[in-house]
Write a protein that binds this ligand. Structure first.
Ligand code: C5P
Length: 237
């Protein structure tokens, strides 16, 4: 499958059309962004690490019966995916308090959230991805009530599968973000799952092993991604 027209250039991935109207190619770049794209740096190996990480996770989710857009890994930094009609909402599950939740409510980082909480954010860099809810998402016709219910159900299923996977590597899945789209009337998981879009801590030391290392300028960003990959069995070469 060959790359054709560039369809969209995101902050970390470029999306290309293919000769098949139902399929797209995602190219994982080394670009790393924070502050809604206002800070961008190149981190060597990131595209390759995230592509391999994502392929491994998408396969695990498929094995658990969760439909994803993943078709096959094409190269070190490219993947073939189904073309979804994306819903402009980010679905976040939090097992422990961190990030924007801590800032919003003044909570202590690491406070357990039992049961895990679920939040929606409108995907819009210019607006800083503001928090929204299901009611607004229906009123603004981003998705139907049924679609939003399915997204929530699937996001919690992903949490169950991945919490166990990371736990086996002595890692804590703190929180993560998913994006969904519609493929022939079905809600299907799209975008990516990599340390760019989740928080992962070492179970014992609570060391941050995700994109917070970049956001907070802690250093060794890709080394941390590789450590997580090694601990959960992602083949990196
Ligand atoms: O920033 P916040 O605490 O709301 O992020 C929750 C989770 O969603 C984190 O794992 C973060 O990496 C992810 N996220 C993301 N893309 C965004 C916003 C948040 O992947 N635009």
């Amino acid at each position: 499958m060959q790359k054709q027209q560039l369809l969209y250039k995101g902050k970390a991935k470029s999306v290309y059309e293919t000769e098949d109207n139902d399929l797209l190619i995602l190219h994982f770049r080394d670009d790393t962004s924070a502050l809604d794209g206002k800070r961008i740096e190149q981190l060597a190996r990131k595209g390759v690490v995230n592509n391999r990480f994502n392929a491994f996770i998408m396969q695990k989710l498929a094995d658990a019966g969760i439909e994803t857009h993943f078709e096959k890994q094409l190269s070190d930094d490219e993947v073939l995916v189904k073309r979804l009609d994306m819903i402009p909402v980010e679905c976040v599950v939090r097992n422990f308090a961190a990030g924007s939740l801590v800032r919003r409510l003044g909570l202590e980082e690491g406070q357990a959230l039992t049961p895990p909480t679920y939040e929606l954010f409108y995907k819009d860099d210019a607006l800083g991805d503001p928090m929204v809810n299901e009611s607004l998402s229906v009123s603004l016709e981003w998705a139907t009530e049924e679609q939003l219910a399915r997204m929530k159900e699937l996001t919690y299923q992903v949490n169950d599968v991945l919490k166990a996977l990371f736990e086996a590597g002595d890692l804590i899945l703190v929180d993560f973000k998913l994006e969904f789209g519609v493929f022939h009337d079905r809600i299907v998981l799209g975008d990516e799952f990599s340390p760019d879009g989740c928080r992962i801590w070492d179970k014992t030391t609570k060391k941050k092993l995700d994109k917070d290392r970049f956001r907070q300028s802690l250093g060794d960003v890709i080394e941390a991604y590789e450590e997580v990959a090694n601990r959960i069995g992602v083949p990196l070469s």
